[in-house]
Design a protein around this ligand. Structure first.
Ligand code: NAD
Length: 423
């Protein structure tokens, strides 16, 4: 699979989303200017010792887009294509995602330009610790709060937290655990955080089907990406009696029109680091995967997967953007014109940051909520945002994406109006 949108194009599209929403609500010029640029951009180069004894200097980033609503918040991505523009785009989307979900957080994103599959576990731990050390005071529990993203996980957050805490005085340590979210439950992570993004994807889809007065039972779905988001979304779809007929990941795509056994596939993919090789199913090319005649298509891997190159082959009636930016702007327009429902990323995958917020609150108040409580709150948060996006879309007759950005932009503008722009 190739990515046909460069990271600078990705960032242009992110700012185009902001511009379109600003225009639609006639946003004040000064607020528009502030939201068009990240507040802080940090590049760190840091050495890490590899298993062969050599030192390699790696590059990492943290982009802090906006903090008018609260501390900067966003994931850390470890990927070979990670760069400054990708981080800028992802950070911009985080500001709007948090605003849409009414969370008291701003937007940030960061990461390291490495392929984590080429690093041993011990090397990865050194990468995480040196990266955290290099970020220094640029992260903090009331300032900028990282979380997992592609190529990182709860363990990554555990190492990040430990490194950060070791730089604090003993009296500060307990209270600083919320410097990261998405950490292991044993370290103060929240129940339900790991599954939250995937479950949120399913809640967003349920909301849409509810509005359309249709049942999800028996609906077929194809999922690209079977990591944290894709696998938990698949499990949630299974609970809804949907049929997961195809799954694609970095190893390739598999297909069974009768429906894949999701639990067995999760076990297989975990053990074998990918879905290809799973028994009793067919292999598909990437082009065949995107052209499947399914009810729902869920890109949950990388950005720029549905582009002008392949959008005309898409036959799904609903596309849910579980990944960030998987459908380009032009491809989105083509899908909307064809009557395809496109649930945009800042709504569809917001479950992760919603439960990250719950984790942060639990840490701050030394509380522990039950998994059922968290899941109910998550569902209500996604449905509340979906209601508001649905209403804006119906009022204005605009795309799903624009409706979501408008809803977020209204709050951001209001807050700037009330606070004013310093000095
Ligand atoms: P992950 O690293 O756990 O999984 C990524 C998956 O994508 C893997 O199955 C991998 O094999 C697959 N993949 C990678 N390269 C691919 C390629 N070239 N072709 C096909 N598949 C490929 O990552 P994740 O946390 O599940 O994140 C996936 C997406 O969801 C990203 O866009 C991320 O920004 C977004 N997201 C994640 C969260 C979260 O809580 N983890 C929250 C919001 C959004």
């Amino acid at each position: 699979m190739t990515r046909t949108r460069s990271s600078s194009r990705l960032y242009q599209e992110a700012t185009a989303n902001v511009k379109a929403a600003a225009k639609a609500i006639d946003m004040e010029q000064k607020v528009r200017r502030v939201l068009m640029k990240p507040m802080n951009e940090l590049i760190v180069n840091f050495p890490v010792q590899r298993e062969n004894g050599e030192h390699q200097v790696l590059q990492g980033y943290r982009i802090q887009h906006n903090n008018v609503l609260g501390p900067y918040k966003g994931g850390m991505r470890f990927h070979q294509d990670m760069d400054l523009n990708e981080a800028r785009a992802l950070a911009t989307w985080m500001t709007f995602k948090c605003a849409l979900l009414n969370l008291p957080f701003g937007g940030a994103k960061g990461g390291v330009t490495i392929n984590p599959r080429e690093f041993s576990r011990a090397e990865l731990e050194r990468v995480v610790r040196r990266f955290t050390h290099a970020l220094g005071e640029n992260i903090g529990p009331e300032f900028d709060i990282p979380a997992p993203d592609m190529g990182t996980d709860a363990q990554t957050m555990g190492w990040m937290m430990d490194t950060y805490l070791n730089s604090r005085g003993p009296g500060e340590r307990q209270n600083a655990r919320r410097v990261v979210t998405g950490k292991p439950v044993e370290l103060g992570g929240s129940l339900g955080r790991e599954a939250a993004t995937g479950r949120g994807v399913a809640y967003a889809l349920r909301h849409l089907y509810g509005q359309l007065d249709r049942s999800l039972s028996g609906q077929s779905v194809a999922i690209q990406g079977f990591g944290n988001v894709g696998s938990h979304a698949a499990a949630a779809f299974r609970e809804l009696n949907m049929k997961v007929v195809a799954v694609a990941d970095v190893t390739g795509a598999i297909y069974d029109p009768a429906g894949l056994d999701v639990d067995a596939l999760i076990r297989y993919a975990t053990q074998n680091h990918g879905v290809v090789g799973f028994a009793n199913c067919d292999r598909l090319s990437t082009a065949e995967f995107f052209a499947l005649d399914v009810d729902v298509l869920v890109p949950a891997a990388l950005e720029s997967q549905i582009t002008t190159d392949n959008v005309n082959s898409v036959r799904a009636r609903t596309v849910v953007e579980a990944a960030n930016g998987p459908v380009t702007a032009r491809a989105s327009a083509t899908l909307e014109e064809a009557g395809v429902h496109l649930i945009p990323d800042i709504l569809a995958n917001a479950g992760g940051v919603v439960v990250s917020y719950y984790e942060w609150v639990q840490n701050k108040t030394s509380n522990r909520w039950t998994e059922q409580d968290i899941d109910r709150r998550l569902r209500d948060a996604i449905w509340d945002a979906s209601d508001r996006v649905w209403a804006v879309r119906n009022q204005r007759g605009c795309s799903w994406r624009l409706a979501a950005y408008i809803e977020a932009a209204i709050l951001l503008q209001k807050v700037y109006q009330l606070r004013g722009i310093f000095p």
